[in-house]
Design a protein around this ligand. Structure first.
Ligand SMILES: Nc1nc2c(ncn2[C@@H]2O[C@H](COP(=O)(O)OP(=O)(O)OP(=O)(O)O)[C@@H](O)[C@H]2O)c(=O)[nH]1
Ligand SMILES: [Mg+2]
Length: 220
């Protein structure tokens, strides 16, 4: 094995241990944790704004956001009056479990029903890093093209939920929704796929209901 491959394995192994500790903690605290992954601009923060706004009345929610630079996304959530903490990766293209651990210690969210982690905008790097989440959600916007699941198979294989975002643009862009769903189901037959527009609200109810059911299952 090359030295680079060896170092990478050590990093992933250290991350796996940190993620396991987080998963034990979230399990004890009965907090549902969702890790959102997509390319830049697919609509992660917009979906979260719409999601936490809907759930906030009945559930204690908070958001951790990873970006290379700026507090912009955390500010967007805080503007809604909801707790958010920005993790600045300083160049890294993904979040790791130690960063999540450190951010939780500093954020002081208190007891939570749901914690959303918005990963750094990238369809590749975040795939390999477990953050102790209950499940990964991959977002694919209609403006990105309908060939993406087969071109970036790892994340579509690992994410148990896929959200096709910006479906309000369906009549403007050439995007074969059925073909994409077929690609996703070929890679992951168990995947749940949602068609959502955070702008119009289409699909939001089904997406939020799935989150609530997952929380109920975790508490059972
Ligand atoms: N038409 C339409 N535009 C949307 C929708 N959701 C998000 N957008 C737009 O897409 C752009 C990017 O949205 P963000 O939510 O910032 O995307 P993001 O994935 O958080 O981006 P990064 O954090 O930079 O990776 C913004 O201009 C949004 O207004 C949607 O449902 N419909
Ligand atoms: Mg964002």
């Amino acid at each position: 094995m090359s030295q680079t491959a060896d170092v990478r394995m050590q990093i992933l192994e250290a991350n796996r241990k940190a993620a396991e500790a987080l998963r034990r903690r979230f399990s004890q605290e009965k907090t549902l944790v969702v890790n959102l992954i997509s390319s830049p601009g697919a609509g992660k923060t917009t979906l979260l704004e719409a999601t936490v706004a809907r759930l906030a009345g009945k559930l204690r929610t908070a958001v951790l956001v990873g970006d290379i630079a700026t507090e912009r996304d955390a500010d967007r959530i805080r503007r809604l009056g909801l707790p958010a903490y920005q993790i600045l990766t300083g160049g890294a293209c993904h979040l790791d479990a130690r960063q999540v651990e450190g951010a939780l210690a500093r954020a002081g969210f208190g007891a939570l029903d749901m914690l959303f982690i918005e990963n750094v905008g990238n369809l590749i790097c975040p795939t390999s890093y477990d953050l102790g989440e209950d499940f990964k959600v991959v977002l694919l916007s209609l403006t990105e093209g309908d060939d993406k699941p087969f071109k970036y198979p790892a994340i579509f294989t690992k994410a148990s939920v896929a959200v096709l975002t910006k479906v309000d643009l369906q009549n403007i862009v050439d995007f074969d929704v059925e073909a994409v769903e077929t690609q996703i189901r070929t890679l992951n037959p168990q995947a749940q796929v949602f068609r959502v527009s955070a702008k119009t609200g289409e699909g939001m109810e089904a997406w939020c209901r799935t989150l609530e059911l997952a929380l109920a299952a975790k508490r059972a």
